[in-house]
Design a protein. Structure first.
Length: 65
């Protein structure tokens, strides 16, 4: 895992296509802005985990048929 320190207004770029900008910090929270190609799905971790579980369940149901 890469660990970086950034201040509000600073950003990082991933693979030349994704830019993550620190918008605001305070009260134990960080607000991020993400710019990425429209075809690239971006989800919070808990949503991503739910999607993966649902896909696994769907695959298991298909195998059971």
């Amino acid at each position: 895992m890469l660990v970086l320190s950034r201040k509000p207004g600073q950003a990082l770029v991933i693979a030349g296509e994704i830019t993550i900008t620190v918008l605001e910090m305070g009260r134990g929270r960080v607000q991020l802005g993400i710019s990425a190609p429209a075809e690239l799905p971006i989800h919070r971790q808990e949503i991503h985990d739910r999607i993966v579980r649902e896909e696994q369940l769907a695959a298991e149901c298909e195998l059971a048929m």
